[in-house]
Design a protein around this ligand. Structure first.
Ligand code: BES
Ligand code: MN
Ligand code: MN
Length: 478
């Protein structure tokens, strides 16, 4: 594979721009929200859309793995995992591509400027739910196939696609599938590439070698048999929401310090060598503020902020099911509330031990309240952190691809977010994993007005293709 054919691929990508945009628009139009029960059919529809796209582009051995039923409150059917191959040449390396086709919830009323499920362009930026997380990158892989197909250019590696529809809800069923398919569908995989994260800032491309884990908990507090009038029963009953507020206040300080004893002790100490890595990153506090859209960063320097995001645990409080949340002033005492919080985990926190510490802590705090309500604290889902060596053959190929497209050396970053399946791929398939992002740090994943810049979409599609070309030439590490 010559530099010349990479160049021809780049030109083809440029010329297919409008076709790529309409493909992304089609993907965004399907509201595949895994967290909302009533949207589950749309998640499935998105999986079927991917199947038809893959078929049209010439993928083979396309299988929709049925994962059965999600055994919790609603007993919903799980969306299929879409598996496909592209090429089966025994002389080529086998690269597994993972992405997710589900998205976060989104409603116009949340503060979107335009309908979240209609891809809309303004000043060369595309807005829509999933534009960057993770439909843009998933569709970019499809674009890469289309460009090669239309050019008649051979892809120099064999591809194994694995697209799931439950990532935003804890990747239910995926780890079991990887274990089951380890010596079957996933046999012989040499490397895994995931494009499901973002540049650190808005200008400089990055390659990512770590993610935090995420253990997500719920606290259910039940008291009265039904919601009550606070005029009649305020001061008379133990209120679930008051109990919950007390518990919430004992989890974390306003400066982000986790108050649960025993967690910090498990965090791997910062070595001088690791500490130095942060000095080389192209980023500043203004960059953080730009990502956030306000000047509310806790730390007063970029190094501490990056360490807080990449290598330290954090605890966030997400919401309360059952609480009054609408406009106005309703004088209700909610009878049952479910508080939700999560902890981002880092090396060397032991997940099972963390769960035990956290649940016992919540129970102990509740016991001190002297409330007659009933409490249940439990884990909803967990996903492990992952950190790897950013200088292996896969990263070398990705660095060359980045250089070829953007004409700069990439920064090497870790992420504060989580992709629960990353470590499973590495451990079960005994292979290296790389995170190769397309979008920018200010794309607003999970937020309102999520976007993907056109240049990132197009150059990102180039980068993914170039990565495969350089991978085919790169010598695998021993
Ligand atoms: N694409 C994100 C992961 C991510 C987030 C990478 C931020 C880099 C920065 C992914 O779709 C995601 O949102 N993951 C969830 C996982 C959770 C449900 C366990 C997350 O991080 O909240
Ligand atoms: Mn994602
Ligand atoms: Mn996400």
């Amino acid at each position: 594979m010559s530099e010349e054919s990479i160049k021809s691929y780049f030109d083809k990508v440029d010329s297919l721009k409008s076709s790529f945009i309409s493909r992304l628009a089609d993907a965004v139009a399907i509201p595949s929200i895994s967290a909302e029960p009533e949207r589950r059919p749309d998640v499935r529809r998105m999986g079927l859309w991917l199947e038809s796209q893959l078929k049209e582009l010439g993928a083979t051995d396309i299988v929709l793995k049925d994962l059965g039923i999600q055994h919790d409150t609603a007993d919903l059917p799980l969306p299929p995992i879409v598996l496909a191959r592209y090429g089966t040449d025994p002389d080529k390396k086998n690269i597994l591509i993972y992405g997710h086709y589900d998205v976060q919830p989104a409603q116009l009323e949340d503060g979107w400027n335009t309908d979240p499920f209609t891809l809309i362009e303004k000043d060369d930026v595309f807005y829509g739910r999933g534009a960057t997380d993770d439909k843009g990158p998933v569709v970019a892989w499809l674009n890469m196939l289309q460009a090669h197909k239309e050019l008649g250019l051979e892809i120099p590696v064999n591809l194994v696609f694995c697209f799931e529809g439950m990532e935003e809800s804890g990747s239910l069923g995926l780890e079991e599938l990887i274990i089951a398919e380890k010596d079957e569908y996933f046999k012989g995989v040499d490397a895994v590439c995931i494009s499901d994260n973002y540049w650190l800032g808005t200008k400089h491309p990055v390659l990512t070698y770590g993610v935090r884990g995420c253990n997500y908990y719920s606290i259910t507090i039940e008291g009265p048999a039904a919601d009550l009038h606070s005029g009649l029963f305020g001061g008379v009953v133990h209120e679930p929401m008051i109990d919950l507020s007390h518990i919430f206040s004992k989890l974390v300080t306003p400066k982000g310090e986790i108050l649960i004893p025993g967690i910090q002790e498990m965090v791997a100490p910062l070595t001088t060598a690791e500490d130095k890595l942060y000095d080389a990153i192209n980023f500043d506090l203004e960059g953080f503020e730009g990502n956030i859209g306000s000047k509310t960063v806790i730390q007063d320097n970029v190094k501490d902020a990056l360490q807080a995001r990449w290598r330290n645990p954090s605890l966030s409080i997400h919401g309360v099911e059952g609480a009054f949340y609408g406009a106005g002033a309703k004088t209700v005492i909610p009878a049952k509330v479910i508080g939700k919080f999560s902890i981002r985990t880092v090396p060397d926190i032991e997940s099972a031990k963390l769960d035990q510490i956290v649940i016992k802590y919540v129970e102990d705090i509740f016991a001190t309240l002297g409330s007659k309500n009933k409490l249940k604290a439990e884990l909803i889902h967990d996903g492990m952190y992952w950190v790897t060596d950013p200088h292996n053959w896969s990263f070398r190929a990705a660095a060359k691809a980045t250089k070829a497209v953007w004409n700069v050396e990439p920064d090497y970053t870790r992420e504060g977010g989580s992709i629960p399946i990353t470590l499973s791929f590495q451990d079960v398939l005994k292979t290296s994993v790389i995170l190769l992002p397309i979008g920018r740090g200010d794309d607003g994943a999970h937020s309102t007005n999520e976007k993907l810049d056109l240049v990132n979409y197009i150059q990102g599609t180039k980068t993914l293709g170039a990565y495969l070309h350089y991978l085919s030439q790169e010598e695998k590490d021993a």
